[in-house]
Design a protein around this ligand. Structure first.
Ligand code: 6PG
Length: 479
């Protein structure tokens, strides 16, 4: 046995990861794919050094030095379970099976527990950065045991992206913590993309710019606090011409956004944990609405004209930029809230600053901005929300007027901005000293005797709504 690391599953992500591993000093990479064609392609195109190819999974296992360490890069779901079962039968106590796919963290928890019973280490590792990241340096979010990370950490560090001199990988926490954090990463990714898309729509329909001109605006923004991979690629997409029509490619693409599930999981789990992640949820819903052509058409048929698009006016682009930044801060604050709640629920010891650090490079949401989050948690890891941090509080205050103008202008123009609007409402909810939740409590007490608390007295109360409407002190309702 000579390979210190193996990769199972040689589609694009898997073979790029294997190539990345093989390119690093000290690694020899065992590779295996169920159908041998992919293995053959990898070996003929890139197999000059650093690989040991196997035709069977038995050979693959035998080519690994102990503790055997293999990264599975197959389609999440049943395929993953099948490969895990095969490896588990061949591996021995102390060996390490890593799932590098976008697995649901609950599956990861289940698999980890089952393999731990058999003395095997199972690590669910979120890997972000797409195909290029896998090849040149992704951001890696491994969960699993500390013991497994002792072996795995140095290998993953050797291939991870580097940001501010540090590899973008950290031991996130036990069992499913890595895949949970990757899931939240993707939720934030959805929100970020939605907010950028809303900005584009406003610049186009209110600002009156064509896609190429908007690309220039994004290039400009990419030099400031919004600097990020997603802004950068947005400009590239907008600049792309369509060879078939001669127009902008974006105008030739059907406006129905797809998704593979991680955004939905983020929302499902956050809702279950009681965390308001409106910015992420609106991004998921916006994709869903876009993909309902029948409903869109049905409503469009009922229309008799649309509102006039408002004048852009002076400083419109700056306003959009500020609205985008403020909304982005909210989306990230919500995402980190979900991480904190997940850590509490599942007993993970997650270092929030370390997560912000490993997202600074390699991943889809990589951005300068993450440094501000690192700073915030370094100053005070116990803040109740990122919005409390001095820098973020000031940034939102600074953008607040612009944010309101943009949401108002969009509403008056009939342009949907669910991301901007929900982020602003979330902010205003936290900022309001009194919320109409008091009325909700009154309603609940009216129809269901669900009780309420008073602002001026300890205890639990109920008004005898169907009696003389006097108030009694009571026990909290249990129904
Ligand atoms: C990443 C991406 C990656 C993938 C998403 C796309 O971090 O590298 O998030 O995981 O591109 O799954 O998600 P949708 O297909 O749901 O948009």
């Amino acid at each position: 046995p000579q390979a210190n690391i193996g990769v199972v599953g040689l589609a694009v992500m898997g073979s790029n990861l294997a190539r990345n591993l093989a390119s690093r000093e000290g690694n020899t990479v065992a590779v295996y794919n169920r159908s041998p064609e992919r293995t053959d392609t990898l070996m003929s195109e890139h197999g000059d050094a650093g690989f040991i190819a196997s035709k069977t999974i038995e050979e693959f296992a035998a080519s690994l030095s102990t503790p055997r360490t293999a990264i599975i890069m197959v389609q999440a779901g049943r395929g993953t379970d099948a490969v895990i079962d095969q490896l588990a039968d061949l591996f021995e106590e102390g060996d390490i099976i890593v799932d590098g796919g976008n697995a649901n963290f609950q599956d990861t928890r289940r698999r980890e527990a089952a393999l731990r019973e058999r003395g095997l280490n199972f690590v669910g590792a979120g890997i972000s950065g797409g195909e290029e990241g896998a090849l040149k340096g992704p951001s890696i979010m491994p969960g699993g045991s500390k013991e497994a990370y002792a072996t795995l950490g140095p290998i993953l560090s050797s291939i991870a992206a580097v940001a501010e001199g540090e590899p973008c990988v950290t031991h996130v926490g036990s069992d499913g913590a890595g895949h949970f954090v990757k899931m939240i990463h993707n939720g934030i990714e959805y929100a970020d993309m939605q907010l950028i898309a809303e900005s584009y729509d406003l610049l186009r329909r209110v600002g009156g710019h064509d896609p190429a001109a908007i690309a220039e605006v994004f290039d400009e923004w990419n030099k400031g606090e919004l600097e990020s991979y997603l802004i950068e690629i947005t400009a590239e997409v907008l600049r792309q011409k369509d060879a078939k029509t001669g127009g902008s490619l974006v105008d030739s693409i059907v406006d129905e956004a797809g998704s593979k599930g991680t955004g939905v999981w983020t929302v499902q789990n956050s809702v279950g944990l009681g965390v308001p992640v409106g910015g992420i949820a609106e991004a998921v819903f916006a994709r869903a609405v876009s993909s309902k052509p029948a409903q869109r058409e049905a409503v469009q048929k009922t229309l008799q004209g649309r509102p006039d698009i408002q004048e852009a006016g002076d400083g419109f682009e700056d306003d959009v930029q500020k609205a985008l930044y403020a909304s982005k801060i909210v989306a990230y604050a919500q995402g980190f809230d979900a991480i904190i709640a997940g850590a509490e629920e599942y007993d993970w010891d997650i270092d929030k600053g370390a997560i912000a650090k490993i997202w600074r490079g390699g991943c889809i949401i990589r951005a300068q901005f993450l440094n501000r989050i690192v700073d915030a948690y370094e100053k005070d890891a116990s803040i109740a929300t990122l919005l409390e941090d001095d820098y973020f509080a000031a940034a939102v205050r600074e953008g607040e007027d612009a944010w309101r103008r943009i949401v108002a202008k969009a509403a008056l123009s009939g342009i949907p901005v669910p991301g901007f609007a929900s982020a602003l409402s979330y902010y205003d909810s936290l900022a309001s000293t009194r919320l109409p939740a008091s009325l909700i409590q009154g309603q609940r007490d009216f129809f269901g005797a669900h009780t309420y608390k008073r602002v001026d007295e300890e205890g639990v109360f109920h008004t005898l709504w169907s009696g003389d409407r006097s108030e009694i002190e009571t026990e909290p309702s249990t129904h």
